[in-house]
Design a protein around this ligand. Structure first.
Ligand SMILES: NC(=O)C1=CN([C@@H]2O[C@H](COP(=O)(O)OP(=O)(O)OC[C@H]3O[C@@H](n4cnc5c(N)ncnc54)[C@H](OP(=O)(O)O)[C@@H]3O)[C@@H](O)[C@H]2O)C=CC1
Ligand SMILES: O=CCS(=O)(=O)O
Length: 251
């Protein structure tokens, strides 16, 4: 059976992708910091598929390296790495942001993603044809908005890193895709606002955001394409989201 390793499997897209991969019969390596959520997901899925959970903070390069190096033999033949763990913080304008929040986004969305990718490359290259790395970027990589500051910039990194990685991996059979969702209803806004449930509810109210399952469906679709096909970039928005005009300041 093919194996998917998913970072950030305790919530949102990552958890939905775990369920969707399980529907397709894939074995799973599920990671995140919240052990109890990993346990619950393993309990849910382990009757159907093989599941290994790793309590892991992607920002900790040594811990990531050690976890990958000590993967049990049965889980080393990874077919798909889903680099999904990530977050936004500080929805306020740059001039009112705590520097620590910018660092946390960079440490997670950029450093964490490269930590996991670097550790996993030998395994994915050993798998070869049909293997893939799916990086979860964001529409915020391309479309600026007030309060997007470092978050959008980290996702622009994810997009360009994905393309550059593709160049290096040419000839190995390993594919690379940046999936860039727009507005999606997960715990994302609760994290961004540090627990403001009313702000989270207000953002998704009276519209039709993407759901985790919509993004999970695309992740599994990309991972299960024939080995000769590489989707480079896949931006997904709700039908009810499009682009705003630029803002003009007036007296
Ligand atoms: N929702 C949206 O509108 C969009 C989200 N995205 C991106 O999708 C990805 C998933 O977000 P989403 O599902 O929406 O949000 P959630 O908050 O629901 O899930 C985020 C996941 O990331 C994990 N995570 C966060 N920090 C770390 C860390 N340091 N180490 C390990 N795992 C971590 C969390 O696990 P735990 O806390 O247990 O560690 C959790 O499982 C993110 O990269 C996000 O930027 C992109 C576009 C749109
Ligand atoms: O990546 C998340 C989507 S948005 O909140 O930046 O639009």
């Amino acid at each position: 059976m093919p194996i998917a390793m998913i970072t950030g499997a305790t919530s949102g897209f990552g958890r939905a992708a775990a369920r969707r991969f399980a529907d397709a019969g894939w074995s799973l390596i599920l990671t995140g910091r919240r052990q109890e959520r990993l346990d619950a997901l393993k309990h849910e899925l382990a009757e159907r598929v093989e599941v290994l959970t790793l309590t892991l903070d992607v920002r900790d390069a040594e811990a990531v390296k050690h976890a990958v190096e000590t993967l049990p033999e049965a889980f080393r033949g990874v077919t798909c790495l889903v680099n999904n763990a990530g977050l936004a913080l500080a929805p306020q304008p740059s001039q009112r942001v705590d520097l620590a929040d910018w660092h946390t986004m960079i440490d997670t969305n950029v450093t964490g993603l490269v930590n996991v990718t670097h550790a996993m490359l030998p395994l994915l290259i050993a798998t070869g044809a049909g293997a893939s790395i799916i990086n979860i970027g964001s529409a915020a990589a391309k479309w600026p908005y007030a309060g997007g500051h470092v978050y959008g910039a980290t996702k622009a990194f994810v997009e360009q890193f994905s393309y550059n990685l593709r160049c290096d991996l040419q000839g190995t059979g390993v594919r690379v895709t940046d999936i860039a969702p727009g507005l999606a209803e997960t715990e994302f806004t609760l994290v961004r606002t540090k627990g403001d449930e009313s702000a989270s509810e207000a953002l998704y109210q009276d519209t039709t955001p993407l759901q985790s399952e919509d993004v999970a469906e695309q992740i599994v679709h990309v991972a299960t394409l024939p080995a000769h096909i590489n989707i480079n970039f896949l931006e997904i928005m709700p039908t009810r989201q499009s682009w705003s005009p630029t803002h003009v300041e007036r007296d």
